[in-house]
Ligand binder design. Structure first.
Ligand SMILES: C[S@@+](CC[C@H](N)C(=O)[O-])C[C@H]1O[C@@H](n2cnc3c(N)ncnc32)[C@H](O)[C@@H]1O
Length: 314
């Protein structure tokens, strides 16, 4: 049920993720998964995909959906923009639901809002003809912002209606109704497609990069966060640990590139008299420019600690 970044190609045919061909329906920011569960059980004829950036929510929703025994749902922990732009093929989406998106009310956080002009333009290329996005929100300024953004693209026909009963059952819907807040709803019908096809930009490598060094691994009495920026992204080495048997080092790194965020473990460990630096397969990471940069930067850092690079595969 849980999709891993490492299993994606760019794009990925949805039938590969679901094992069958069916209309694809996406919910962005599914929170506790209640709405996804309702959607998937009422529509066994749909392939229902959910994307959510909160690991705790994904864990809870997954448990809930698994208990319900549903087979037509897939969950992805990550950024909606990454999934839509990089993974979903052109015209693959039947419909999209966004219930109570984070409003990001401060002016300086405006760029973090999901439903902005650039997203509507992208979405127009991923929705099938007559595909729709359905937005429900309690936030009047966000609602006005989204309507205006969609209008500006000229790619959607907008219908403002009463929220359908099922969108009034989500956790946030119940919370805002209890506070007597009005709830707004709009359906954005795809009317045309943006001229830019928004082709995927992430390149996937078939192999993981690695390096071989000679010398003694540093003792690591203390470790300070390392940041490496590269074109289109950056790697942050957040923490370092000694492996349980004391012979190798492990590094927790956060890699951000083009809306894709991966937290990976890199290892520098003795192998046949030398030291192998590699990304561990834990969590099925995707081999990208970012993971390559992480291996390269870690190798350079180890060289600065007195080791010598013998073989570089990056
Ligand atoms: C206010 S909550 C609403 C949750 C749920 N839809 C409901 O109605 O109860 C917004 C949710 O969207 C998720 N979210 C925010 N930005 C996101 C993004 N770019 N991609 C995926 N999920 C996102 C948040 O983690 C959060 O769970």
């Amino acid at each position: 049920m849980l999709l891993r970044t490492g299993q994606f190609t760019f794009p990925t045919p949805p039938e590969q993720l679901f094992g069958r061909q069916a209309p694809l329906v996406l919910e962005i920011g599914f929170g506790d998964g209640g709405f996804l569960l309702d959607l998937a059980s009422r529509h066994p004829e749909w392939n229902v995909l959910g994307v959510e950036i909160s690991p705790g929510s994904v864990r809870r929703a997954r448990r809930r959906l698994r208990q319900a025994g549903l087979t037509n749902v897939r969950l992805y922990l990550g950024q909606a923009r990454f999934l839509v732009r990089q993974v979903l093929p052109p015209r693959s989406l039947h419909s999209v639901y966004v219930n109570f998106p984070d409003p990001w009310p401060k002016e300086r956080h405006r760029a973090r809002r999901l439903l902005q002009t650039s997203f509507f333009a992208l979405l127009s290329t991923r929705l099938e003809a007559q595909g729709t996005l359905r937005l429900t929100t309690d936030d009047a300024p966000y609602f006005a912002f989204a309507l205006e953004a969609a209008q500006q693209t000229g790619l959607f026909r907008i219908e403002v209606t009463e929220p359908p009963p099922e969108t009034l059952q989500t956790k946030y819907a119940r919370k805002w109704q209890a506070q007597q807040k009005p709830i707004y709803h709009a359906v954005f019908h795809k009317a045309a497609e943006a001229p830019d096809p928004f082709l995927p930009t992430i390149e996937r490598y078939d192999v993981m990069h690695h390096a071989v060094l000679e010398g003694v691994l540093p003792k690591l009495e203390h470790f300070e966060k390392l940041v490496h920026a590269f074109e289109g992204g950056h790697v942050i080495f957040l923490e370092a640990y000694r492996s349980l048997d004391g012979s190798g080092l492990l590094f927790l790194a956060r890699i951000e590139e083009e809306d894709l965020v991966q937290e990976v473990l890199l290892e520098a460990a003795p192998r046949e008299g030398r030291v192998l630096v590699r990304v561990l397969p834990f969590g099925l990471p995707l081999s990208t420019r970012g993971t390559r940069e992480a291996v390269r930067y870690l190798s350079t850092w180890l060289e600065a600690q007195g080791m010598r690079l013998c073989e570089a595969f990056f």
